[in-house]
Design a protein around this ligand. Sequence first.
Ligand code: HEC
Ligand code: HEC
Ligand code: HEC
Ligand code: HEC
Ligand code: HEC
Ligand code: HEC
Ligand code: HEC
Ligand code: HEC
Length: 406
Amino acid sequence: MSLQFKKLIVAVFALAFLAAVITVGFIEKSRYKPANAGYAYADETTRKCIDCHDEKHIAVVWNRQWENSRHAQKGIGCQACHEAKEGDPDLWEHEGFNVTHVPSPLDCKQCHDKEVEQFTNSHHAQATRFIGSMDNLLGGIVEGTPAANLGCRQCHGSIVQLDDKARPIAGTWPNTGIGRINPDGSHGTCTACHLRHNFALEQVRDPATCGRCHMGPDHLQIEIYTESKHGINFASHRDEMNLANPEWVVCVDYIAAPTCATCHVSATPTMAVTHDIGARISRTNRPPVSKDLENSEERRGLMKKVCTECHGVTWVENFYVMYDTAVDHYNRKFGIPAMAEMTPAVPSYRINSNPSAPASRRRSPAPTPSDWPSTARRATGTSRESLTSSAVTMTSPTKVPTGSRS
Ligand code: HEC
Ligand code: HEC
Ligand code: HEC
Ligand code: HEC
Ligand code: HEC
Ligand code: HEC
Ligand code: HEC
Ligand code: HEC
């Protein structure tokens, strides 16, 4: 073997070794660097947000999620949602940009007008009305404000307050309660259901999205669903549910099971998606005695259209008869008699009914069901003032009026 040839072999091995080192180094490096192919979609401003946040390691997860989102593909950059205009109460001067911490439905409205309108007119956007209710007063006194901030308000919503630099104040934010009152005055938050920054349809159609709030003894919809045949089928056939499909029409794009969204939000072959979650329910079972909603037959018709995509008419009609009879039975056996018993304890119903009895002993007649709509548990006013003053009452329980209990 000539010296020349030996040199060649050594050189080849050296090069191969070098190549191996470079390859391994590259692989190791990319393991620590998250993939960000979606960066290509970013406009100039968005690149500045992403670059600096990546470099300083600020909330980098939002960068990666945004890059993988439909919004990125469509060129909807950070400032489409985060920009605050001159004069906006939530304008935070941030690294040369006017940014808001709290994108609200008004920020989505420029592009998703229909969804914002339907949502804003639904009970969901009004869920902070509970702040003036008796239950809330009890929650505030018995549990205390720190608990209410991490309890009631995480589902119902807080009133987001800002400091003098337009940064949200602790206690009021982070909060994505469904009826949150935003610094720009709008009600509700889309990110209660749509987790940012993927805003993925697959996630929002998942029953867990609703179960975050619709759970526990007062409103156990997720428990009922999970243990029902609908929930069982969803769990066993999740991979057939086509959850990520852009279109999601029941019995066209999937048939295995309905989710909460199927019945209350999503499309059928004859109905469009609605962001008014009350549109298809005909009554509310929330008050002690259930109550039919306005246009209840029409609303019920919409829900039946969902059922009959999968079930036969007799099945559905019989189910509703059984449901109505059960509710009626409950009302007669428990709701109405319990109201008659409990009513004298409720101050607003203590009206003199028996003029011959001594004033301290007079009891009021039982209210009829219509005297007790669910609004009796709710605050009467929905103005910002009434909500704010209730919130203040809640933070200082000593200010609660001490009505006589005799
Ligand atoms: C030059 C660097 C830089 C640029 C450019 C930048 N940011 Fe930031 N950003 C930061 C730093 C540092 C923080 C954390 C410190 C703070 O909150 O002030 C931050 C925090 C934030 C927060 C608050 C997060 C929290 O929970 O407190 C938001 C919202 C935000 N940035 C949005 C944006 C948006 C949107 C853009 C682009 C329009 C942007 N930033 C551009 C550096 C930057
Ligand atoms: C489609 C609308 C939308 C877009 C686009 C968007 N965001 Fe957000 N962002 C939101 C919403 C909604 C929130 C939640 C705020 C809340 O309701 O409390 C949020 C919150 C944030 C927060 C604060 C939350 C935290 O955990 O600290 C940061 C930081 C942030 N976004 C950065 C970005 C950056 C950077 C981009 C661009 C790469 C971006 N966002 C693009 C809607 C958007
Ligand atoms: C500047 C316009 C713009 C703004 C602002 C905006 N979006 Fe979008 N959004 C779009 C476009 C465009 C699409 C893609 C529609 C399509 O697929 O054809 C989209 C898609 C979506 C989708 C479906 C995602 C998917 O995977 O198909 C959701 C959910 C969504 N947006 C929610 C929001 C929410 C919530 C906000 C406010 C926090 C918001 N958007 C703000 C333009 C916008
Ligand atoms: C896990 C989420 C969650 C928490 C925590 C929570 N709620 Fe609720 N609350 C709901 C949901 C969901 C409803 C709607 C129930 C239904 O339709 O069956 C509701 C309904 C109500 C209602 C009835 C509203 C009406 O229109 O009749 C009142 C009042 C209320 N909640 C007060 C409170 C108070 C006070 C607290 C804290 C002590 C609290 N909630 C904590 C989710 C929650
Ligand atoms: C109660 C939960 C919930 C809230 C709150 C909510 N959405 Fe949705 N949203 C959904 C569901 C579920 C879907 C999926 C519908 C389907 O199956 O296509 C959806 C779909 C969408 C889509 C995709 C287009 C479509 O019609 O399928 C957009 C855009 C959207 N939402 C915007 C918003 C905006 C803007 C807000 C705030 C005003 C908002 N959403 C609040 C549950 C919600
Ligand atoms: C962040 C908490 C939260 C999430 C998430 C949520 N809800 Fe609600 N929902 C509430 C509260 C609170 C109420 C009671 C609002 C009120 O005061 O009337 C409510 C009320 C309702 C009602 C009664 C509507 C009416 O008109 O009386 C329906 C139906 C409903 N939700 C369905 C859903 C579905 C379906 C989802 C998921 C796609 C969902 N919710 C997600 C908190 C939530
Ligand atoms: C198979 C269809 C279907 C599914 C799946 C479904 N619901 Fe319902 N939901 C209904 C019907 C039907 C009613 C009663 C309507 C009526 O009284 O007219 C109802 C009523 C409600 C109410 C009203 C309570 C009240 O009395 O005010 C809430 C809240 C609710 N559903 C939430 C959910 C949540 C959350 C899920 C998922 C965990 C879910 N639903 C899954 C069909 C469905
Ligand atoms: C996406 C299709 C789909 C939709 C929409 C749907 N269901 Fe179902 N439902 C099913 C399947 C699948 C089963 C399980 C049947 C079985 O194997 O026993 C089921 C079971 C049931 C059961 C259980 C009966 C038993 O044997 O325990 C009832 C009751 C029911 N559905 C009523 C309804 C009502 C009422 C609606 C509308 C509010 C509805 N369903 C909407 C698919 C659907």
